[in-house]
Ligand binder design. Structure first.
Ligand SMILES: Cc1cc2nc3c(=O)[nH]c(=O)nc-3n(C[C@H](O)[C@H](O)[C@H](O)COP(=O)(O)O)c2cc1C
Length: 151
């Protein structure tokens, strides 16, 4: 009986660019037989974050930061409340010119004691097929890391 390891990919996306990245990351994780779900941060339940051994969070950059109020609340209240210390973290997002948000997400994850994987993945505008392949690869890496941990 194989263990079904769990991961969750949470995103904030205004026009679908970061959402496409989230779905590609999730498909990479799933391709290695790890249970995963890609979900908007508006819909994610704290129990789902709590159960996940790996949490990927993506958001696009607006005015040099996260689309601030709702996403800040998610990072500083919802994520903190599940105490993600020790979990694997992945930060990503689409951007137009400066792309600070994924770096901010990674910093917060590290502050909370999460083990953040490289790369912090930033994609300019709408992801191309090649970009989506890169996202998928990151998902495969997440799954491999989870499997190593459970050995
Ligand atoms: C009002 C507005 C402000 C933006 N500010 C920034 C910014 O400061 N830095 C940046 O890199 N991109 C900025 N962008 C570009 C978005 O991050 C980019 O369009 C991204 O692909 C949107 O991804 P999403 O569909 O996942 O939300 C801005 C876009 C808009 C509409």
């Amino acid at each position: 009986m194989g263990i079904r390891l769990k991961a969750i990919v949470v995103y904030l996306s205004t026009s679908g660019n970061t959402k496409a990245m989230a779905e590609a990351i999730a498909s990479g994780i799933e391709s290695r037989n790890v249970d995963v779900k890609a979900v908007s941060f508006y819909d994610v339940k704290p129990e789902e974050l709590n159960e996940a051994e790996a949490i990927a969070i993506g958001a696009s950059t607006f005015d040099h930061e996260m689309l601030s109020l709702p996403m800040d609340k998610f990072m500083n209240e919802t994520l903190v409340s599940v105490n993600p210390k020790g979990k694997i973290g992945v930060a990503f997002g689409s951007y137009g010119w400066s792309g600070e948000t994924p770096i901010l997400i990674a910093e917060k994850m590290r502050d909370m004691g999460m083990a953040v994987l490289d790369p912090v993945l930033r994609i300019l505008d709408k992801p191309t097929d090649k970009d989506l392949q890169e996202c998928k690869r990151l998902g495969v890496d997440v799954a491999e890391k989870l499997k190593h941990r459970s050995e």
